[in-house]
Design a protein around this ligand. Structure first.
Ligand code: FAD
Length: 479
C-alpha cells in the first residue's frame, strides 16, 4: 500500500541537455505517459566537458533557450551546476525520485557521464532510461554489414541511413498539460551563462532562440527558402539556407520533424531536387555524429594519420588577422565579421575561410576549430570537428588537400554583386564590383575614389595567394 502511494507521487526526473523542446521529446513524453509528476532538470556541467566547455556564443544562446523552455514548463524547470553524476544523485535523493529519463548525446564526455550515471542509478535501485531525440538514425544502426562504420558519406547516407528502407519515425506532439513537480534549486541567472560585457546584444537582433523561434524559422524556410535551395544555398546573400543549425544543435526542434516537413513540402510544391538536397545536408549532420561516435578522438586527432607530421606554421599575427576579419581578402573578412556580429557564418563562406586558414596561412585546423567553438551559436562538437577535418583534408571523405579555394574567384562566383561583402566590409563598399574581391588590383585612382587607403583603412593582403598555394602543396607533398 505504502509503496504504491509513494510510487504515484514520486517524481520522474526528466534531465534536459541538447533537447530543449517539448515537441517530439521522447524522454519527456515517456515521463508524461507514465502519469507521474515530472521534475524537469537542466544541469550546467562544466566539470566533465574538459576542453569542450561550451563557448561564449553558445552560452548566450543557451541562456535564451532555457528561458524559453522554462516558460513552456510553467516556470518549473530546475537548474543546477556541477558534475552531472553528483547533481543527479543529489536530486534523486532530495526529491525521492525513483526514475530518471533523458535523451542521448554523442559528445564523448557525455557518453562517459551517461555510462557512469546508469551504473550509479542502478546501484541505488533507481530506473534510468535513455531515448533518442537528436539524430534521425542512431550511429550504432548505420554501420556496414560487417559492423564497421562508414568513412565515406555517399554510401553512409544511401546504404547506412536510407538503404534499410526505414524512414525516420514521425515526430510526436508535445505532452498536453503535463503534471510538473515543484523543486527549487538555482535560478537560471545562477548558472551565470551571460558574460558581464553585453556583446551578445547584437546577436539578439538576428535570432530568436527557443522552440517557438525554431518552429518559426522552419516555417519561414519552407515558405521562402526551400525552392531553389540546391542552387541558392551557395550564395551567402540569398535566403536559401534554413539557419536552423543552432536550433538543431540545442534540440529546440527535432530533426525528425524537419525531415518530414521538408518531405511533405517538396512533394506538395514539386521541388524534389531542392528537398532531396536539403535532406542530404541533414545526412551530413548524421555522418558527423556517426564519425564522432565511432571515432571519439575526432575533435583533436587527424583521421588520416599521415597528417600527424604536417608542418603547420606558428604565426600569431596571421591568426589574429584571420579571427578579426583583417586579412585583406574581402570574402574571408566578410565571413569572419559575419561570425563575430551574428554568431553564424554561411556554409560556403565557412569553407572559404577554413581553406584560407589551413592552406594559405598554413595554420593548424585546431585554431579554426577553437575559434568557431567559441564564436558560433551553432558550435557543435560533431559538425565542427568533422567539418574542420574535411576542410584540412585529414578527415573521412575529406576535400583533398590540394583543392585550395581561391578567395577571389570564390567571391566573384558566389557574391558577384558584392552584396554580402559590402554588408560586412563597409569600408570597401564603394569599390566597383570588378575590384571588390581583389582591392589591391584596383588602380590608384579607383581606390582613391572609393576612399580606400590599402594598409591604412583596409589591409593589404596578408599573404600572397600564389606563393602560399605553392607552399601548401609543397608541405602536402612532403608528407
Ligand atoms: P542548411 O543549409 O539550411 O542545412 C540544414 C542543416 O543541415 C543545418 O542546420 C545542419 O544541421 C545540417 N548541415 C548542413 N550542412 C552541413 C555540413 N556540412 N555538415 C554537417 N551538417 C550540416 N555546423 C554546425 O551545425 N555546427 C558547427 O559547429 C559547424 N562547424 C562548421 C565548421 C566548418 C569549417 C564548416 C565548413 C562547416 C561547419 N558546419 C557546422 C556545417 C555547416 O556549415 C552548417 O551546419 C550550416 O552552415 C548551418 O547553416 P544552415 O542551418 O543555414 O544550413
Amino acid at each position: 500500500m505504502i509503496r504504491s502511494a509513494k510510487h504515484k507521487t514520486a517524481p520522474i526526473i526528466v534531465w534536459f541537455r541538447q533537447d530543449l523542446r517539448l515537441r517530439d521529446n521522447p524522454a519527456l513524453l515517456a515521463a508524461h505517459e507514465s502519469g507521474r509528476p515530472i521534475l524537469p532538470l537542466y544541469i550546467l556541467d562544466d566539470k566533465n566537458s574538459g576542453e569542450w566547455k561550451m563557448g561564449g556564443a553558445g552560452r548566450w544562446w543557451l541562456h535564451a533557450s532555457l528561458t524559453a523552455l522554462s516558460e513552456g514548463l510553467r516556470g518549473k524547470l530546475s537548474f543546477a551546476r556541477g558534475g552531472s553524476v553528483k547533481v543527479l544523485k543529489e536530486q534523486v535523493r532530495k526529491n525521492g525520485a525513483d526514475v530518471v529519463y533523458w535523451n542521448r548525446c554523442y559528445e564523448p564526455w557525455r557518453i562517459a557521464c551517461d555510462t557512469a550515471i546508469e551504473a550509479e542509478l542502478k546501484s541505488m535501485g533507481i530506473e534510468g532510461k535513455i531515448f533518442n531525440a537528436s539524430v534521425l538514425f542512431e550511429p550504432p544502426t548505420t554501420v556496414k554489414k560487417d559492423g564497421t562504420p562508414y568513412k565515406v558519406f555517399t554510401p553512409f547516407y544511401q546504404k547506412g541511413c536510407l538503404g534499410k528502407g526505414l524512414l525516420p519515425p514521425f515526430p510526436e506532439a508535445a505532452p498536453e498539460n503535463p503534471t510538473l513537480f515543484e523543486n527549487k534549486v538555482l535560478s537560471l541567472d545562477g548558472l551565470k551563462l551571460l558574460p558581464e560585457k553585453t556583446w551578445y546584444r547584437k546577436m539578439e537582433q538576428h535570432w530568436n532562440p527557443g522552440e517557438r523561434g525554431a518552429q518559426e524559422r522552419l516555417e519561414e524556410f519552407l515558405d521562402n527558402g526551400l525552392k531553389d535551395y540546391k542552387e541558392g544555398r551557395d550564395f551567402p546573400s540569398r535566403s536559401n539556407v534554413s539557419r536552423l543549425s543552432p536550433h538543431l544543435h540545442f534540440g529546440e526542434i527535432s530533426p525528425r520533424q524537419v525531415w518530414h516537413e521538408i518531405r511533405a513540402r517538396m512533394v506538395a510544391e514539386r521541388c524534389e531536387r531542392d528537398g532531396e538536397h536539403f535532406l542530404r545536408e541533414l545526412g551530413w549532420r548524421e555522418f558527423s555524429y556517426s564519425l564522432l561516435y565511432h571515432f571519439p578522438g575526432l575533435p583533436r586527432t587527424n583521421l588520416q594519420k599521415k597528417f600527424d607530421n604536417f608542418p603547420w606554421r606558428n604565426d600569431k599575427d596571421a591568426l589574429k588577422s584571420w579571427q578579426k576579419g583583417q586579412t585583406g581578402y574581402p570574402i574571408v573578412d566578410a565571413g569572419m565579421r559575419e561570425l563575430w556580429e551574428t554568431g553564424y557564418m554561411h556554409n560556403r563562406v565557412r569553407m572559404i575561410v577554413g581553406s584560407f586558414l589551413v592552406k594559405n596561412l598554413l595554420l593548424h585546423w585546431h585554431h579554426g576549430e577553437d575559434w568557431f567553438w567559441d564564436t558560433l551559436v551553432d558550435a557543435d562538437l560533431a559538425n565542427n570537428s568533422a567539418s574542420w577535418q574535411w576542410i584540412a583534408g585529414c578527415g573521412a571523405d575529406a576535400a583533398p588537400f590540394f583543392r585550395i579555394f581561391n578567395p577571389v574567384t570564390q567571391g566573384q562566383k558566389f557574391d558577384p554583386e558584392g552584396v554580402y561583402v559590402r554588408k560586412y566590409v563597409p569600408e570597401i563598399a564603394k569599390l566597383p564590383d570588378k575590384y571588390l574581391h581583389s582591392p589591391w588590383q584596383a588602380p590608384a585612382e579607383v581606390l582613391e575614389r572609393a576612399g580606400i587607403k590599402l594598409g591604412q583603412n583596409y589591409p593589404a593582403p596578408i599573404v600572397d595567394l600564389q606563393l602560399s598555394r605553392k607552399r601548401a602543396l609543397a608541405a602536402f607533398k612532403g608528407l
